[in-house]
Design a protein around this ligand. Sequence first.
Ligand SMILES: Nc1ncnc2c1ncn2[C@H]1C[C@H](O)[C@@H](COP(=O)(O)OP(=O)(O)OP(=O)(O)O)O1
Length: 654
Amino acid sequence: MDGGTTDVQAELDSVEAELELVELQIAELLQKQTELTSRKNALLRQVEEACNAAKPSSSSSVPSSKSPGANLVMSEQEMQRYDGTDFPWSREVEQHLKDSFHLSKFRPLQLRAINLTMTGKDLFLVMPTGRGKSLCYQLPAVCSKGFTLVVTPLVSLMEDQIMYLKSIEVSAVMLNASSSKDHAKTVMAGITDPKGPFKLVYVTPEKIAKSKLLMSRLEKAYNANLLSRIAVDEVHCCSQWGHDFRPDYKLLGILKRQFSKVPLLGLTATATSSVLKDCEEILCVPKPITLTASFNRTNLYYEVRIKDSDNDASISDIASLVKSRYKDQSGIVYVFSQKDAESVAAELQKRDILAYPYHANMDPDDKSQVHRRWTSNKIQVVVATVAFGMGIDKPNVRFVIHHTISKSIENYYQESGRAGRDDRPADCIVYFGFADIFRISTMVVMENVGQQKLLQMVDYCQNVDRCRRSLMAVHFDEVWDNEGCSQMCDTCRHSKVCDHLTLLDYTTMDITQHAREVVQIVELATSMDEKLTPLKLVEAWMGKGPAKRRKMIQTTTLPRRQAEAVVVRLLLQGYLREDFSFTPYTTYFYMKLGRKVPLLKSQTHTLNMKMRTTGTGAAVVKAASGQGKSKEGKRSGQSAGDAPVSKKVKTDLP
Ligand SMILES: Nc1ncnc2c1ncn2[C@H]1C[C@H](O)[C@@H](COP(=O)(O)OP(=O)(O)OP(=O)(O)O)O1
């Protein structure tokens, strides 16, 4: 190569490096644009809703289907008419609410949904899990002539509903692939019986798709005005864009095509407006009214605690909470694996707590015994994997503690949402541990957006300055601001306003230099063909490991927790990324350089991080002083991720 070529090559390298920086900046700006657009849309919906509420009743508008309480064809004021109690059926509805369902009042949107479906309108109802969607078709069913056809995807859910309806003396039957011939005959006969022996008939979508006999009976019932309503539970299963698509749901359009005068009620806890639009077409319901309840559970207090790397310390922390703050109160402790369910339950028992494990691998009788005894308050705590979920409907759960973070914010919302179903205050606490991130990461490695969702959960946990509700709201396309939180999360509770000054319990640290040090260690390892687990990376940075390496890198004086927090931040921000390695038995998680590393070469680039300075329980982190190792740093021994992070423990997490 002559001198001229070398110059050109040097310039090419420099242009390429500059181009890479610009591309990264563009990627960052695009990301910011997406976030801001999403926030803007959510705020616009709020404004639109406020305007609709202020409009005179004669006006008609088309509010977004995602705003709470909105619909596609009526103004909010027109909708409010359906919150009234002056309909011909109102007295009967009120009476059955109290006498049959033993409930004293409606929850938000229930009465509106009931009045709309009783008026004969087609309706989509989007309401969080456990808020009472079933009542919106069960109560109209008992107040109407004939029966309501309920399409449900899972037989176990059907069985739960039938058991509950029997217990309150509402006649309900089900039809599925395992129904006996005799039972099917009774149901088919009852459907067309003018005396109306059943108020609710539950069927699987497969039955509708495959049983000509059922369709012929339904047609007969329809002609005799006995088919009063069609309820499609988990309606999002119709759409391929939904997360739970079921092919047989695609065929349910036949119901509205054949029985066009029967109102349809689609129910779901999870559907975006595009999924609902898809469902509308599949089910052949043109322009249904869509009611969306807010996903904000205002009675739940959300808190994140930093998990001690010493497992015993975190268990003792949980035990002391259960024995003091939650004395004699019912709760769930969610854990990562079946092994953890057994061991954490045993540790809590050692500390005189009535705690029992629950996981998918247990004998079915043992599982139902634990469930039953917990429901009747004979067991205080169930230590469970996520197998403990479906059909859990205990109203007085006062705490849900996550011993390990969930794999996504949506999962966390769902799992923690099992607290406080009676609308009374309840706590949702998650223990955020460094090693746990990588245990879960290897578990979700095969899922399409598994890492992305996990990192959102990690970001939620590492957050110290934003209202936890507002972080969750983004995932439900809603805006829940700090005022809506009313200090019902740890960050809002710790940001006290005093003499017009907001006193915060966090500090902002410039971690640019720290980032360069960490990146240098990973670069060095890569050049030596060595792979670093997250734990080995932290240890190398803290000056542990081979003396030869110590001489070649810049070690840190940060306490262990802060060092771990910085590494997590670098992963979240794209300066580091995951590198999986598979063996027939296990998956290993290693750290490698992320796409943003070139930014650190620029001397003008800075990277900040907010860290908590004071806080509750184990969540205390000292501000960076750079003055030698703290006690905490010395005390922290090997964490759970000591060995390469692996998936040896069999878990039943999906
Ligand atoms: N108005 C009400 N007042 C008090 N409790 C109510 C009311 N309506 C329903 N509930 C109770 C009954 C159940 O125990 C619990 C959950 O109701 P349910 O209809 O099963 O929820 P859901 O159908 O929205 O949840 P999922 O999405 O899990 O199916 O709430």
